[in-house]
Design a protein around this ligand. Sequence first.
Ligand code: ADP
Length: 205
Amino acid sequence: MSEIKSTNIHWHEGNLTRDERWEALRCKGGTVWFTGLSACGKSTIASALEQILIQSGVNCYRLDGDNIRFGLNKNLGFSAEDRAENIRRIGEIAKLFSDGGNITLTSFISPYAADRDAARAVHAEAGLPFYEIFVDTPLEECEKRDPKGLYKKARAGEIKGFTGIDDPYEAPEKAELVLDTTGKSVNESAQEVIDMLVRVGLIEQ
Ligand code: ADP
């Protein structure tokens, strides 16, 4: 699904470099890619982080798993092929937002390592930072939370191919940050990400 089908297309450079844009707008871009099981806390942490960053004047935009499936990815389901295309599009969109000078937060289960690696590669090719955050909340804890009742449905066989139940989750082996949210507040988890962003120089203290 990802081959270039168009012919006679040519890349059109703009009149500005990325550095000129970021300098003029006083911002820096980069993608913070949250991955983990359903209900591990990706969306909650990304939302808290977005609020903190925006309120401190940092350009930031959040791309959320379910929300994207209402629009851009409304034609995709949860087969391995559709999950791959879902993540491929998100990788491309995150790259554009980051190029535009946003700290781009993506919260998608993104269960397959190859798909996450492809998103990382797209950023590397474009010279943009990419940080993989593994929200490593144990399955038992996610299932206990079950804020949308999805695990219950999956256990009852009403949802097929549910990650962690009857579909695989390939844990990252080289994530820049691993968070276990068990017994932590949302703010504590968000703070761990902020500390990392400061450490890598994407934001100031
Ligand atoms: P995901 O986006 O990974 O599917 P959600 O963010 O939708 O997960 O749901 C996570 C649930 O876990 C929410 O109900 C949230 O309130 C709860 N939770 C408890 N502690 C934390 C924490 N430290 N960080 C994030 N979420 C937490």
